[in-house]
Design a protein around this ligand. Structure first.
Ligand SMILES: Cc1cc2nc3c(=O)[nH]c(=O)nc-3n(C[C@H](O)[C@H](O)[C@H](O)COP(=O)(O)O)c2cc1C
Length: 238
C-alpha cells in the first residue's frame, strides 16, 4: 500500500457524498488499522466507525462515516492516536476517499476516554492538490538540521493548521518537539497539539519507510537537545 504519495496530494474535505462506503472497504480499513505498528506499544487505543446519527458537535460535515477514537490515560496517548490514525487517513486517500479530522466531534453516548474523531467517505469533488498549494510553514521554521523525511512531516495536517511541531535532525537521529499551546485565542480554542505532532510523526515514519530507513521512537529522559522557546521535547526517532 502506497501511503507516501497521498502525503503530497491530500486535502481535507467538508464535501462528502453521503452514500456509505462498501462494507468490504470498511473491513479492509479495519484490517489495515489493526496491522499498523503503533508508536508506543503500551498506549491502548480503540476506535469505532459510526454514522452521523451517533455523533454530535458543531458544524460537522455531512459524512457517511465517522471514526471515533478513544484511549486510556497515558502521557503520550494523544500523540500515539495521531500517529496511528493518520495512517488510516493516508490509507483512505490512497483508495480515492477523503477525510477531515474533527477536534469537535463527540459520540452521542458520553465516553470519558474519547479523544477525537474523523469524518470520511467519498468526496464530491477531488480532494487532491499540488505540493505548492499546501499552506504550511517553511522547513526553516519547523526544523533545524537536514533530513529528507522532514518535508513529509512538514506537510502534515493539524488542528487550526497550527503545525505545532519542531524537529532537530542530528546525524541519524531526529529529536521531536511540540508546542503545548498554540497561544492566544487559538490556544484557548484548541488543545490537541500533542495529537498533531503524532500526525506529523506518522508522515515522517511513512517517508522513512519509503526511503528504506528504520523508525524507532524512544523517549529519552536526559539526552536530548534544548527545544526552541515555547516547545517541549517529545521523543527521538532513530
Ligand atoms: C487534529 C485535527 C483536528 C481538526 N479539527 C477540525 C475541526 O474540528 N473542524 C474542521 O473543520 N477541521 C478540523 N481539522 C482540519 C484542519 O483545519 C486541516 O487539517 C488544516 O487546516 C490543514 O488542511 P489540510 O488538512 O487540507 O491539509 C482538524 C485537523 C486536525 C489534524
Amino acid at each position: 500500500m502506497d501511503l507516501y504519495t497521498p502525503i503530497f496530494t491530500r486535502a481535507s474535505t467538508r464535501k462528502f457524498d453521503p452514500s456509505p462506503l462498501p462494507a468490504d472497504t470498511l473491513s479492509q480499513l479495519e484490517d489495515f488499522i489493526s496491522q499498523v505498528k503503533p508508536l508506543l506499544p503500551d498506549v491502548k487505543l480503540e476506535h469505532r466507525i459510526v454514522s452521523g446519527n451517533d455523533v454530535k458537535g458543531m458544524a460537522l460535515p455531512k459524512a457517511p462515516h465517522f471514526l471515533l477514537i478513544s484511549g486510556r490515560e497515558h502521557p503520550l496517548r494523544n500523540t500515539a492516536a495521531g500517529f496511528l490514525y493518520q495512517h488510516a487517513e493516508l490509507w483512505l486517500y490512497a483508495h480515492g476517499y477523503a477525510t477531515r479530522w474533527l477536534g469537535g466531534v463527540k459520540p452521542k453516548q458520553t465516553d470519558p476516554n474519547h479523544i477525537i474523531g474523523m469524518a470520511f467517505g467519498k468526496p464530491t469533488e477531488p480532494a487532491v492538490r499540488k505540493p505548492e498549494d499546501f499552506k504550511r510553514k517553511p522547513l526553516s521554521e519547523i526544523a533545524r538540521g537536514t533530513d529528507s523525511r522532514l518535508e513529509a512531516a512538514r506537510l502534515a495536517p493539524s488542528g487550526m493548521n497550527g503545525q505545532p511541531w519542531y524537529y532537530i535532525a542530528d546525524g541519524n537521529k531526529i529529536h521531536v518537539c511540540y508546542k503545548p499551546s498554540l497561544g492566544g485565542l487559538l490556544g484557548k480554542m484548541y488543545n490537541l497539539t500533542d495529537l498533531d505532532v503524532g500526525i506529523s510523526l506518522c508522515h515522517l515514519a511513512v517517508a522513512g519507510e519509503h526511503e528504506g530507513k528504520s523508525f524507532r521512537f524512544t523517549v529519552n529522559k536526559t539526552d536530548f537537545p534544548a527545544p526552541p522557546a515555547g516547545f517541549v521535547y517529545v521523543g527521538t526517532v532513530e
